[in-house]
Ligand binder design. Structure first.
Ligand code: GDP
Length: 479
């Protein structure tokens, strides 16, 4: 029955969209990626570039002279937080520019685009308008989809099995120990529920800090959004109980909360937000994983496969059926491409293609067109070359952030350096092979400290292949 309600809800929402958009078509663009993949920077750059007509030679509507302009507009749904564009731009364009705070919850922004259509009959009707609705949400939330198909007992069994694996030892120990001392059949009480939830969250957090890029669900435990501390997030996996139990037991209480999490948090997210997207960009911090070695690469692939499962259609995804989707284009973007020389960008794209290959192989993306690109929404480096032993090495030049260190040198955040970032392998498969880890010199750089201005006096954000991303995501809708 819930499924029918979901379908009805989505149908009504889409109808409402159609009704409010009867004069102006709307394109809903989802921007996602795991924590720190680059969502905030991407959206800030996207909006700024559209508002100021940035330097975007690969964005067809602009180069064809048909892009007229853009303005921010009130978002139609007043209860969803607005993407803090102005605040983020302020950080990036401050006297001493700094990177703004990252995405921690869902947020949205509407930008109205005005353009001259290239269609022959449009000359008569004047400029056209498109509402671009940008929906920013943590990729971690997509990891929750499988929960919809799992009972509390099933999820608990999986989660506890993972916590007990030899590799998880150190991180899971405090939680497992606490669990041992608590009898799930004792009377329900908030104290124990809170202690367990806290220890379980701590374990998830620590495994992430210690290199696991992928996370285990529940996704909100790592990025709670506005739900921090609420009962829907105050549960943890418990060992199965053989005998029948009272409805007043701790076990029953946590089971109830798990179900509430599914019904009141996970399902509404998929129904109210995810199912209504038209296009999606998935940002992937590929370089960070490459730098951390084969285990991290394999882990990123696993995480991506679960994230991307949400975009797949077909028999593999019964869980998604109620959320009829209409996504027709998905862009995979390897972010922070300014950390490597441009001669490596094509290789970076092949590597990303390889990372999403498994996810794309098993089931088709519901007829959606996909593409992989290496981009930097904001380029923090420029390029040069150094001569070493008769060889010319391509370098990148930038200012490492304060506290970053490499080869025993710790940087102060003010010194510009030239760096040979290393070569990306020509054969992406080699990344998964133990013997040959890629060694990259990967440092975080401060954002560009001096920005050019265009003829109108607007600041111009430098980028890498960002125009191509934009063209794939919205270019055809401005045709
Ligand atoms: P998210 O919102 O959590 O997905 O991530 P952010 O957009 O906040 O990005 C996290 C960090 O990655 C930023 O603080 C920057 O240090 C870095 N970053 C993101 N995008 C770029 C980029 O285009 N170039 C460079 N050099 N760094 C970036």
């Amino acid at each position: 029955p819930t499924k029918i309600v979901d379908e009805l809800g989505i149908a009504l929402a889409n109808l409402a969209d159609a009704a409010t958009g009867s004069f102006t078509p709307t394109l809903r663009l989802g921007v996602t990626g795991l924590s720190r993949a680059g969502k905030t920077i991407f959206i800030t750059a996207l909006v700024h570039n559209l508002l100021t007509g940035g330097r975007l030679p690969g964005f067809t509507p602009l180069t064809e002279g048909r892009f007229i302009g853009a303005r921010l507009a009130e978002y139609p749904e007043a209860t969803i937080p607005r993407f803090a564009y102005e605040q983020h731009l302020e950080a990036l364009t401050a006297k001493t520019p700094y990177w703004p705070e990252s995405t921690r919850r869902i947020s949205q922004l509407r930008i109205v685009l005005k353009y001259q259509s290239a269609k022959w009959f449009s000359g008569m009707s004047g400029p056209s308008t498109l509402n671009l609705d940008i929906v920013d949400y943590p990729g971690e939330w997509l990891l929750d989809l499988p929960l919809l198909g799992l009972s509390f007992a099933e999820w608990s069994a999986e989660a506890l099995e993972r916590a007990n694996r030899p590799g998880s030892g150190r991180e899971a120990q405090p939680f497992l120990q606490l669990l041992e001392g608590i009898d799930p059949l004792k009377p329900a009480n908030d104290g124990d529920a809170e202690k367990l939830a806290l220890a379980f969250t701590d374990y998830l957090r620590r495994s992430r800090e210690h290199g696991a890029l992928s996370t285990l669900p529940p996704g909100r435990f790592l990025l709670p959004g506005d739900l921090e501390g609420s009962p829907a997030l105050t549960f943890a996996p418990l060992p199965a109980q053989g005998h029948s139990m009272r409805s007043t037991s701790l076990y029953a209480m946590l089971e109830h909360r798990y179900e509430a999490y599914k019904d009141q948090v996970v399902r509404p997210f998929f129904r109210d937000h995810f199912a209504r997207l038209d296009r999606q960009i998935v940002l992937v911090d590929t370089l960070r994983a490459l730098n951390a070695g084969p285990a991290a690469v394999a882990d990123l692939e696993t995480a991506l496969t679960s994230v991307l499962a949400c975009f797949r259609q077909g028999e593999t995804n019964v869980l998604l059926r109620p959320f009829v989707r209409k996504i027709d284009r998905i862009l995979f973007a390897a972010t922070k491409a300014d950390h490597v020389h441009h001669t490596s960008h094509d290789r970076l794209e092949s590597i990303l293609n390889r990372l999403v290959a498994n996810a794309t192989k098993r089931a088709r993306f519901a007829g959606a067109e996909t593409k992989s690109l290496a981009i930097a929404a904001i380029r923090a480096t420029h390029e040069g070359s150094i001569k070493e032993g008769g060889e010319t090495l391509p370098t990148i030049i930038g200012t490492p952030m304060k506290g970053e260190s490499l080869d025993g040198i710790t940087y102060d955040g003010k010194t510009e350096i030239a760096l040979f970032p290393g070569d990306l392998p020509a054969r992406p498969d080699s990344l998964f092979e133990d013997g040959a880890p890629v060694s990259l010199n990967f440092l975080r750089f401060v954002p560009p400290q001096k920005l050019d201005r265009n003829a109108e006096g607007d600041l111009v954000l430098p980028h890498v292949r960002f125009d191509r991303a934009l063209d794939f995501l919205i270019g055809d809708r401005l045709a």
